[in-house]
Ligand binder design. Structure first.
Ligand code: DGJ
Length: 353
């Protein structure tokens, strides 16, 4: 009798394990993008990778972004995926606590991006490090041997000092420290040369700056219009998302309205340093005027599909930043070299077939 009881409770235990496993598999397995829906990682937790970017290494994608989990300081998260739909949390790649001791106290991290340096075999992280009031406005740089980190802090700086028409008085202290460094992105060109692009001059103008061979600082000596340039001067664009197609450079950006959405712009240039020409809002149809309530963070080229890209945007929830949603939308260049981004409730990668 005792044996039968043991045997049947064993079966019940086994069945519940199988059920639990099945539930988990069902929870994590996705084969579609559903823009704006709550997006769970493979363990069932909401993905925390806001203002982020994605790299492809060998056959895996790595998604880095702001972990805005309430009650903790913003850190840089890392997720991995083989298919872009299902993301496994790989851990915290960089903790706020890993910043230099003298700036740690009141500093937070925004818009982290990572690129891989084939020469040094290091993953290089750049981020906007900020303090309340948004006057600190520095770049933070860290490196790691592994994609998931941990990243080791290298330095913080304002990359470019340039005499433009500084406001007086200037709470950003740009004459003293250099132009502000806020919303940012990284771009590695086909020749392996990397650039950082960021909102400077109190967000009035974007700066495109060539990096050194290690990708850890601006290339020196710094020469105007040769190692760096001012982009979309005085246009107040932020959230830069650069990409390249057929030897031309493209840049999707937002206006400067804080967490509130506004109209996107796409600009184009034959040369990375300019001159950049705006081609207007790439979004069409309902919701286009507010970029479907998103702000650009990155444009991901679709592997193996020339001219095909994924627009990655954040739909910010300023009252609860951790619940800001991810809006990914596909786009392709047409025969005339134009793109259109439109809203889709649901889509998958067969869109690009
Ligand atoms: C807009 C930027 O794009 C965000 O990253 C963030 O810095 C907010 N401004 C803060 O208001």
């Amino acid at each position: 009798m005792k044996r039968i009881i043991y045997f049947s409770s064993g079966i019940v235990f086994l069945c519940s394990c199988v059920l639990a496993l099945e539930e988990k598999v069902e929870l994590s397995k996705m084969d579609k993008f559903r823009p704006g829906d709550l997006w769970l990682d493979t363990s069932g937790k909401p993905i925390q990778a806001h203002g982020g970017g994605i790299i492809l290494r060998d056959d895996a994608y790595y998604w880095y972004g702001e972990d805005r989990t309430p009650g903790q300081k913003t850190s840089v998260s890392c997720y991995s995926s083989k298919d872009l739909y299902n993301w496994k949390f790989e851990g915290t790649a960089f903790r706020q606590d890993d910043l230099a001791a003298e700036i740690k106290a009141n500093t937070f991290i925004e818009r982290p991006k990572v690129i891989y340096n084939a020469k040094t075999k290091k993953y290089v992280l750049w981020m906007h490090i900020e303090q309340q009031g948004y006057h600190f406005a520095r770049a933070g740089i860290a490196t790691s041997d592994k994609p998931m980190g941990p990243f080791e802090f290298v330095s913080y700086l304002r990359p470019i000092k340039y005499e433009f028409d500084f406001p007086a008085p200037d709470p950003d202290r740009q004459k003293e420290f250099g132009g502000t460094y806020r919303d940012m992105n990284l771009f590695v060109d086909d020749d392996g040369i990397a650039y950082v692009i960021y909102a400077s001059e109190h967000n009035a103008t974007l700066y495109m700056v060539r990096l050194n061979d290690e990708y850890t600082a601006p290339l020196k000596p710094i020469v105007d219009d040769a190692t760096w340039s001012r982009v979309l001067v005085g246009k107040y664009r932020e959230a830069p998302a650069p990409f390249k197609y057929k030897d031309k450079y493209y840049l999707i950006s937002s206006g400067c309205t804080g967490w509130t959405p506004n109209a996107a712009d796409i600009s184009m240039s034959d040369n990375i340093f300019g001159s950049w020409q705006s081609k207007g809002n790439p979004c069409i149809d309902d919701g286009a005027e507010l970029t479907f309530r998103t702000q650009s963070t990155c444009v991901l080229p679709v592997a193996g599909k020339t001219g095909c890209y994924i627009y990655m945007g954040d739909s910010w929830n300023p009252r609860r930043l951790s619940d800001s949603r991810y809006i990914w939308l596909p786009f392709k260049f047409d025969d005339n070299g134009n793109i259109e981004i439109k809203w889709l409730d649901e889509w998958d990668l067969s869109y690009f077939d």
